[in-house]
Design a protein around this ligand. Sequence first.
Ligand SMILES: *Cc1c(COP(=O)(O)O)cnc(C)c1O
Length: 368
Amino acid sequence: METILVTKSSMPDFEEYIEEIRELWESHWLTNKGEKHTVFQNLLTNYFNRNVSLVVNGHCALEVAIQSLQLKGEVITTPFTFVSTTHAIVRNGLKPVFCDIDPITYTLDVTKMEELINENTSAIIPVHVYGNVCNIEEIEAIAKKYNLKVIYDAAHAFGVKYKGKSIAEYGDASMFSFHATKVFNTIEGGAVCYSDSEIGNQIERLINFGIQDEVLIDGIGTNAKMNEFQAAMGICNLRHVEEEIRKRGLLVEEYRELLSGIDGIQLNIVQEDVTSNYAYFPIIIHEEMFGATRDDVYEWLKSKNIFARRYFFPIISKLECYKGMYEKYETPVAVKISERVLTLPLYADLDINIVKYICNIILKRDRA
Ligand SMILES: *Cc1c(COP(=O)(O)O)cnc(C)c1O
């Protein structure tokens, strides 16, 4: 039996990519906003329906997005995310304040947010976990009431639409990751979307050392520019992303059909008003009803060379680097979900028979 990993990077045909990068051997222009960067940026502006800055990876995109808004003090965020979200906050000298999550969407529980806000709070950084859309209306209302900025970590949400609008259109800024493991990739890569051109100027400067022009360097920036090879990969992959998402959708349909109605297995919510990108297929395994734990299922699959992921586990506040620092914010739902969640293999060219095979192992409680 071949090894099945939780994901597999989307790639264009070899010839298609070669054709796209051929010009680079003529121009010798490899980075610093070359032709490919310009083309890709225009394509994405159109795709997202918002201004977009291209960044070397999603993490740096989030770091510069936060820096560009000149936040201070505390930021309300979720502990149920990839570590990048919290690192970006802390590396900007800010304090993460963990709010618990909703047990159905796994995104911030907006009913628990206001009690965490004080005079030091400057922003909310929610995450569209698994591509599930946060409670945007409530978050916007709270942000407005307390005069807070909102930066969405939309790393999982490429291609998602909410109420017919691109998910990139929400918040003061929305950050995307184009990492190899995401629905859409530029090998490594990321972007920030925003409406305010002043934020755009800040971000463009921050990703290029704070350089304004040849002699004027008036910001303490970093180097986080997207290079031409990344942009070329993005141009190619963008041609196929709708088809990739469609194929993911078919596999998700199959998973749902085979795993729905099973005692103790909670499937991801199908949200109203949301066009999904089928980024992940998380299941929550409730031991009391299912009769086995999440880790049991993980091991059964592993013994058959199928590598599901405990994504996200542990929650951020329990990671070695943050242990004991932010524990005063109890987030029992996030703890529970993280101990029970397993994301199953999902990528566009995953064989539907493998999906059936995986479900069979789970349903038969196949320990062998
Ligand atoms: C992938 C990811 C990031 C970081 O993006 P990179 O492109 O890998 O740097 C940030 N937040 C979340 C939720 C992610 O999944």
